[in-house]
Design a protein around this ligand. Structure first.
Ligand code: SAH
Length: 222
C-alpha cells in the first residue's frame, strides 16, 4: 500500500511534511539541522497504516501496547537541546517506542544506542530503521533505567518516558561534559522536562518546560 511507502503521497507527501516543519518553526524550534532532518524523515512509516494520514500532525499518536510516538515538537525540542552543547558522538535513548526519535537522532549524530522494554515495539522499530537503511542505530530489549553499561559513558542521553525520579544509573553513564534530557514526574500529574549536565565538579540540573510523557516502567516484557 502506497501510504506505507517511504516517499509518501497525499496526507504523507513531502508537502505535508514541509507544513509540519513550518509549524515547528512557529512554535520556536530554531535548529536548522533538526528541522531539515524532520522535513526529510518519513514519520508515517513509524505508525500503523491506519494512522499514517495523521503522521504529520504535530501530535502524539498511539502505537499500540498503551504507548505513543512522541509529538514532533517534543522530538524536535529534545533533539535541539541535546545538540546545544555541540554534536555528541554517541547518544543513548531510553524508550525506543516507534523508533522515530532514534531515526531522527541517527541523522544528526554518528551513533545512537536505544533501549526498549516492550519487545514487540522494538521489532517494529527495527523494521522501520531497516526500511530507511539506517546503519548507526543499535538497539536492545531491556529495562532502560539501567542504561546500557558496556557502551557508556554517553555524551548525551535522551529519555522519552517519565520516571518519578531520575534513575541513578543514567546519571552515572553520562560522560563528563555530557548532557541528559529527561521528563520527570508522575504520569497524569505534572511532569517537568529536565536537563542534567555533568561537569568536572558534579551535576547541574535545570528545568525546561512542562511535558506529558508515558511513564518509565520497570522490567522488560514481550
Ligand atoms: N521515543 C519514542 C517514544 C515512545 S513512548 C518514539 O519516538 O516513538 C516511550 C517508550 O518508552 C514506550 O515505548 C515504552 O514502552 C518505553 N519504556 C517505558 N519504560 C521503559 C524502560 N524502563 N526501559 C525502556 N523503555 C521503556
Amino acid at each position: 500500500m502506497i501510504s506505507n511507502d517511504i516517499q509518501g503521497i497525499g496526507m504523507t507527501s513531502q508537502r505535508t511534511r514541509d507544513r509540519l516543519v513550518d509549524r515547528l518553526r512557529d512554535k520556536g524550534i530554531k535548529n536548522e539541522s533538526v528541522l531539515e532532518v524532520i522535513r526529510t524523515t518519513p514519520r508515517h512509516i513509524f505508525v500503523d497504516e491506519a494512522m499514517a494520514h495523521r503522521a504529520y500532525e504535530d501530535t502524539a499518536l498511539p502505537i499500540g501496547h498503551g504507548q505513543t510516538i512522541s509529538q514532533p515538537y517534543i522530538v524536535a525540542r529534545m533533539s535541539e537541546i541535546l545538540l546545544e552543547g555541540g554534536t555528541p558522538d554517541v547518544v543513548l535513548e531510553v524508550g525506543t517506542g516507534s523508533g522515530y526519535q532514534s531515526a531522527i537522532l541517527s541523522r544528526l549524530v554518528p551513533k545512537v544506542y536505544t533501549v526498549e522494554r516492550i519487545s514487540a515495539l522494538l521489532q517494529k522499530a527495527r523494521d522501520a530503521h531497516r526500511k530507511m537503511g539506517l546503519m548507526n542505530v543499535f538497539s536492545k530489549h531491556s529495562d532502560g533505567s539501567w542504561g546500557w553499561e558496556p557502551n557508556a559513558p554517553y555524551a548525551a542521553i535522551m529519555v522519552t518516558a517519565a520516571p518519578k525520579t531520575v534513575p541513578p544509573s543514567l546519571l552515572q553513564q553520562l560522560a563528563v561534559g555530557g548532557r541528559m534530557v529527561i521528563p520527570v514526574g508522575s504520569s497524569g500529574g505534572v511532569q517537568e522536562l529536565k536537563l542534567y549536565l555533568r561537569t568536572a565538579d558534579g551535576i547541574e540540573e535545570s528545568t525546561l518546560e512542562i511535558v506529558n510523557f508515558v511513564p518509565l516502567l520497570d522490567g522488560a516484557v514481550r
